[in-house]
Design a protein around this ligand. Structure first.
Ligand code: SF4
Ligand code: SF4
Length: 296
């Protein structure tokens, strides 16, 4: 989404707008939810904070809609358009999540890129957003896609270009559906009140992905571009280093002390690769893993 925001920001800038685009990360490393925002205006922008009342929200992973902590719908109102990177019908998404505004998903017949293909997903999300705004010419958007790919291989540049343009073309039915937003004057932040943090009981605090309201619902494995693969011939069954330090508790240990990675929830942060004292875990790209049919 950082790259998608870059592409969209570049295209808006080349169109003649003043633009801000910025990513916002959490405290964790690779694999944690993040967002990026783009603010564009035909006049000087004095606001410097994150966008709190968006005109358009683009969601790359539909799974985040069900996770309140991800804050996908924060600030959304009846006037906020929501684009979801999904082939599910928009009305079904709107009804399921009781979204107050208009929802758009990919039109029937369009096949979005696989989630782990981050560059193609970025390009297609940017393409959808650009078309929904409707103020960016196709060739301007194409130039922004190519500029964003500078330094990459010719094949990678072509993939980004073709995926972005395919998305831009596919969204012709909702061209310019997002109206220009009104003024959003900055409001001074309120002073936070004192917050009492009570202790959770042990069942809730335990690092168990199967416990209720934990990351079981967040299939963070969808975002992974690389996966850790354990070489069981070199694993000395220390039984705790990788499983304890995995931030998503995605490594369980069998009764015989053998670690097992839960790929639905492994987000590919590679902490386990770094901490394994036996160097028994290696990093493999998702494409290579699927080509080699590496099984969990
Ligand atoms: S940290 Fe390494 S050696 Fe220890 S259980 Fe995990 S994979 Fe095996
Ligand atoms: S299994 Fe390894 S790569 Fe996957 S989330 Fe846990 S520490 Fe990160």
């Amino acid at each position: 989404m950082k790259t998608a925001a870059n592409i969209l920001g570049d295209a808006l800038f080349a169109t003649g707008y003043e633009v801000q685009d910025a990513p916002r990360y959490g405290a964790e490393r690779r694999g944690a939810p993040m967002f990026a925002y783009v603010r564009a205006a035909d006049r000087t922008i004095v606001e410097r904070g994150a966008i709190v009342t968006p005109d358009l929200v683009v969601v790359a992973d539909a799974g985040l809609l069900g996770i309140p902590a991800a804050g996908v719908m924060q600030g959304a109102s009846e006037a906020t358009w929501l684009f979801v990177n999904s082939t599910e019908p928009a009305q079904a998404i709107r009804a399921q999540w009781r979204y107050p505004g208009q929802v758009v998903s990919w039109p029937a017949g369009f096949t979005p890129p696989a989630m782990h293909n981050a560059a193609a997903t970025s390009a297609s999300c940017a393409g959808a957003a650009a078309r929904m705004l409707g103020v960016i010419a196709r060739e301007t958007f194409e130039s922004a896609l190519i500029a964003q790919s500078t330094g990459r291989s010719a094949g990678a540049i072509e993939t980004t270009r073709s995926q972005g343009l395919a998305a831009f073309d596919a969204m012709g039915g909702v061209d310019r559906c997002v109206p220009e937003g009104g003024e959003h004057p900055a409001t001074p932040p309120a002073s936070p009140d004192w917050i009492e943090l009570g202790a959770d009981d042990a069942a809730l605090a335990a690092p168990d992905i199967y416990a209720q309201a934990t990351s079981e619902q967040a299939r963070t494995g969808l975002w992974r571009s690389h996966r850790p693969v354990i070489d069981y011939e070199h694993c000395n069954r220390c039984s705790w280093v990788c499983s304890t330090l995995c931030p998503d508790s995605a490594i369980r240990v069998d009764e015989d002390r053998t670690p097992r990675i839960h790929y639905d929830h492994c987000k590919g942060c590679m902490v386990c690769v770094l901490v394994c004292p036996a160097h028994a875990i290696r990093q493999v790209s998702e494409q290579a893993a699927q080509a080699q049919e590496i099984e969990p």
